[in-house]
Ligand binder design. Sequence first.
Ligand SMILES: *Cc1c(COP(=O)(O)O)cnc(C)c1O
Length: 411
Amino acid sequence: MATINENYLKLPGSYLFAEIARKVAKFKTDNPSANVIRLGIGDVTRPLPPSIIAAMHQAVDEMSNEATFRGYGPEQGYPFLIQKIIDTDYIPRGIHLDADEVFVSDGSKSDVGNIQEIFGLNNTVAITDPVYPVYLDTNVMAGRTADLGANGRFGNVVYLSCNAENNFIPALPAAKVDLIYLCMPNNPTGTTLTKKQLKVWVDYAREQDAVILYDAAYEAYIQEPDIPHSIYEIEGAKEVAIEFRSFSKNAGFTGTRCAFTVVPKAVTALTASGRRQPLNPLWNRRQTTKFNGVPYIVQKGAEAVYTAAGQHQIKELIGYYMANAKVIRDGLLSIGLTVFGGVNAPYIWLKTPQGMDSWAFFDKLLTEAHLVGTPGSGFGPSGEGYFRLTAFGNQENTREAIERIKTRLKV
Ligand SMILES: *Cc1c(COP(=O)(O)O)cnc(C)c1O
């Protein structure tokens, strides 16, 4: 008789986006003439830059010719892409990586979800709160947590609250933890850590023999000088951190699918007998067994991100979204709201006015201004009382949305 993985039943239904869709559909039925603008979208909307499209077209043609056709590629990614990643994203920041420390994949979502497989079930996980739900949910599925409590928190998980009171700088955990998920710049808060603040975590991981799983999906949005783009800019991080990067948000690959994960050979964890085991060969074994590589056509597209034209074009893309972020931020500040993020990230995190809960503010924004955003409580218990707006819409809609907030929202 087949039985299920009971851990899946610990997960609540994905209430957040279903509930948003339900409320928006009802509002549209009741108000058929209303022009609803979505500022809740967590996906890019601009098309792929021309140099990427040209490279992929050429790769398609190569696939049509016996002499240049490609079948299975290396599971870890083609060397042509890995070398460009190292030379462009890391060497200029003084970070030296070997080619076999970089693993190209079909997305950071898969990698941040799968990475926990190489760690024992007895590890204690720490996550910042609020955060991207994948880190927590994949650990629940694996059985690394207890049940969901009435307080909205899973047992055996250390939640690191990030809120206005601590300026979105997570405090070191009081009890010992083994795996620490950090997402900087952060989704959903749009906040990040300076080099000095991140060093506190690297030092902690070194002292405690913990491993940091560092999601840098929004690294390209960083504008301020003192913010690390890679955790390996921090001294000693190569022994304690795995880094996740993606082409989704910097180059528009959300539907095209390409990312990479850096697992330095110096990062280790302990075996049951207390021996120090490098994690790199374990991840290599996991990927070569369960993953068959990213399409050649897609990797050629990703390679074009690193040409001079590609770099220029993705800068323009990021500039477009960050101009939206400024419009949103300035607009909200001008009506006296308390606002975080939007400076080094495409996310704006606002404190709901008059202590409203996140869903009450959702309803207010929808009914008074015909705008859709995302309730902060959907990203974790510490998101209650906050609300996320994103800069991924088009410029016209974003401007119109902020005009409405200024003229129609009663705060
Ligand atoms: C969008 C996003 C990613 C990227 O995921 P892909 O699977 O590469 O598209 C990773 N982490 C966070 C926090 C994100 O918001």
